[in-house]
Every structure is written in C-alpha cells, then in structure tokens.
Design a protein around this ligand. Structure first.
Ligand SMILES: [Zn+2]
Length: 140
C-alpha cells in the first residue's frame, strides 16, 4: 500500500528529469553532479547554477536524508486524496550532497511527531501510473 492513493497523478518525466526518474525505476536516488566544478544539484536542470557548465553525471545518494521542513495537509486539492488526509509534504535535505533537497512524504510518522532535523531513510513506493517514487521513513 502506498502513502498516497493510486488515483493521485504520478510523475511525467520530461527532458531534464528523465534521467532522474529512470534511476528511480531502478530504486536508485541520483542527483546531478557537475563534472566541471563538483557541485550537486536537484531538481534536475540543464546548467550548473554554480559554474554554468552543461556537463554532469548522475551520482547515487547516500542514505543520509534529514527532514529540512514539512507541512501537514488537512484539505486536499485533488478529490482522490481524501482517504490520505491529513498527510505530510516533506522537504528532505542531503548534507553531503551540497544540501540538495527532495520534496516527498514521510510515510511512518504521525504529523504531530515530525521534527525538523530528524534522520530519514529512503524507501520506494509505486504510484498509480506504475512508476516508483522516492518516499521516506524514520531512520533509527
Ligand atoms: Zn558546476
């Protein structure tokens, strides 16, 4: 069972993020790593924001996510979200990867127990369109 209902729209990869989503389908969370200056970036984009190079490689993230921020949604914008309410939207930070941040959900922590800075581990869930998406659980 997925954190969000299967009727919620899944990702639709485009040119800039198709490599990111392709890696996700192999259960690998990868960030763009500039091969000119070494800077990590996310979400995917064509140019390094630090040195303006177009050169990059995909580098798999370590299991070191931590909760940077979150919100708890009580009123759903999509009609299918009802059974999931209230649910969280989390920003997960990766300190060793230039603090890149991933927007996702924490699936196993009650809203009142979420804490900024809490360590999180990656897990994979399949959404309604069949794609694997990164989600998080508390890391002990
Ligand atoms: Zn760069």
């Amino acid at each position: 069972m997925s954190y969000l209902p299967a009727e919620i729209p899944g990702p639709e990869p485009l040119f800039d993020d198709e490599g990111f989503w392709a890696a996700c389908q192999e259960r690998r969370l990868c960030f763009q790593h500039c091969t000119a200056c070494g800077h990590f970036r996310h979400p995917p984009r064509p140019v390094c924001p630090k040195c303006k190079s177009f050169k990059f490689q995909w580098t798999e993230a370590a299991d070191e996510g931590e909760l940077f921020s979150f919100t708890v949604v009580h009123h759903g914008a999509h009609p299918a979200i009802g059974p999931a309410l209230p649910y969280n939207i989390a920003i997960v930070r990766y300190p060793s990867f230039d603090d890149v941040r991933v927007i996702s959900n924490v699936v196993d922590v009650a809203p009142e127990d979420l804490r900024i800075g809490m360590p999180l581990s990656l897990l994979w869930e399949r959404c309604g369109n069949g794609m694997l998406v990164p989600r998080y659980k508390r890391r002990e």
